[in-house]
Design a protein around this ligand. Structure first.
Ligand code: FEO
Length: 161
């Protein structure tokens, strides 16, 4: 049986994943406005990933007999300093998610909840990929000191995600 502490923490993280989707949709809208269709597309794909993450937690809570509580979302950030800043902010956000997932695992392990611990391992692997993708984008841009041409080339590349 899942502890109340862990169920609440998972419910909070589920809502945070929906907040993440909203943040990435806001980043996509910003990119649309600046005529970066590749980044706009890339962040829209990210929106769907975050919704899937939230729904995995939703389904897990249901499967262990817990009530799911959907909370209101805070307004996402809407203004960014530019193309590179979008990805820097996204990486900062993913690092926060990673630490939150680690915290959930600490709670699961302290509660000897082996099922929840196993469930959460998927998110550990996912966070490695999430951070790696963003680091790769930022590293590629940094190779040419974030030049205009590298941004245009990156944007073309991101359109094919
Ligand atoms: Fe669901 Fe991007 O962390």
């Amino acid at each position: 049986m899942i502890s109340k502490q862990l169920a609440e923490a998972l419910n909070t993280q589920m809502n945070f994943e929906f907040d993440s989707a909203n943040l990435y949709l806001s980043m996509s809208a910003f990119a649309e406005g600046k005529n970066y269709p590749g980044a706009a597309h890339w962040f829209r794909k990210q929106v769907h990933e975050e919704q899937e993450h939230a729904m995995k937690m939703y389904k897990y809570l249901v499967s262990v007999g817990e009530k799911v509580t959907i909370k209101g979302m805070p307004d996402p950030e809407t203004e960014f300093a530019g193309y590179v800043d979008l990805f820097k902010k996204a990486l900062e956000h993913e690092r926060i998610v990673t630490s939150r997932i680690n915290n959930l695992i600490e709670i699961a392990q302290a509660n000897k909840d082996f099922a929840a611990n196993s469930f959460l391992q998927w998110f550990v692997d996912e966070q490695i990929e999430e951070e790696e993708n963003l680091n790769n984008i930022l590293d590629r841009l940094a190779l040419t000191d974030n030049s205009a041409i590298s941004i245009v080339m990156m944007d073309d590349r991101l359109a094919s995600r």
